[in-house]
Design a protein around this ligand. Structure first.
Ligand code: AMP
Length: 223
């Protein structure tokens, strides 16, 4: 299965991509996670993207495409991929299409998660993340087993810098502007599939899995 997950910040792309990995065995790549990891490591790439990521602004298209192409190249072909947070603009989508065409691995679909804006703000402002392993939690809907600590590695959870209320509103506005041409691009290419992203992540995952089955994107014998 070769898919991209689209939707505004807070639509649940990261959690759903993780479920695709743990339940369906499809590797997932998240641009946001890759960038945060590089920033934490203070690598040359991390230094180049830090000022964009901490302010909630988009990293330039050419750089994002280059980084994702190099990560995709390292993935084993047969297991497919779920991309989360990429592409975010039409130019990134065109860049991705060129890379995949070169490798003979065309996209199966772009899954667009729809959610009302007030739900997105609630999800983002309650989100807590593990700065060590990247696991995501939520103050109300996805609490860790021990208050304030990561279930996977025990590290104290933090609020992402770009999940502060002012930055959330800025990110949603930036996304609204960039999103329309992207959605149009995939709609015209007959690759766009809408999934209702409201509700608990498990419920949304079931809706997505029905779509995957209907489209025949899952290999036989899985999930
Ligand atoms: P995310 O975790 O997907 O919300 O991404 C966090 C931040 O990383 C974004 O606010 C951007 O600064 C940057 N970023 C992630 N993916 C992209 C992308 N596809 N294009 C440009 N910037 C991105």
């Amino acid at each position: 299965m070769h898919i991209v997950l689209l939707g505004p910040p807070g639509a649940g792309k990261g959690s759903l991509a993780s479920l695709c990995h743990s339940r369906l065995g499809v590797p997932h790549l998240s641009t946001g996670e890759i960038f945060r990891r590089e920033i934490a490591r203070k690598s040359p790439l991390g230094r180049r993207v830090a000022r964009y990521v901490t302010n909630g602004r988009l990293v330039p298209d050419a750089l994002v495409v280059e980084v994702m192409a190099s990560h995709l190249r390292q993935q084993p072909r047969r297991r497919g991929f779920v991309l989360d947070g990429f592409p975010r603009t039409r130019r990134q989508a065109e860049g991705l299409a060129r890379v995949l065409e070169r490798w003979g691995r065309p996209l199966d679909g772009a899954v667009y998660l729809t959610s009302p804006e007030d739900l997105l703000v609630r999800r983002l402002s309650g989100r807590r993340v593990c700065p060590r392993c990247g696991a995501n939690y939520h103050l109300r809907t996805m609490r860790p087993k021990r208050l304030g600590l990561c279930d996977q590695c025990g590290t104290p959870l933090v609020t992402r810098k770009d999940d502060q209320p002012r930055t959330i509103r800025k990110r949603l506005a930036i996304d609204r502007k960039a999103c329309k041409p992207l959605i149009d691009y995939y709609r015209k290419g007959k690759l766009l599939y809408r999934v209702n992203g409201a509700g608990y992540v498990g419920t949304v995952f079931v809706r997505m899995r029905k779509l995957f089955r209907r489209q025949g994107w899952l290999r036989r014998g899985r999930a």
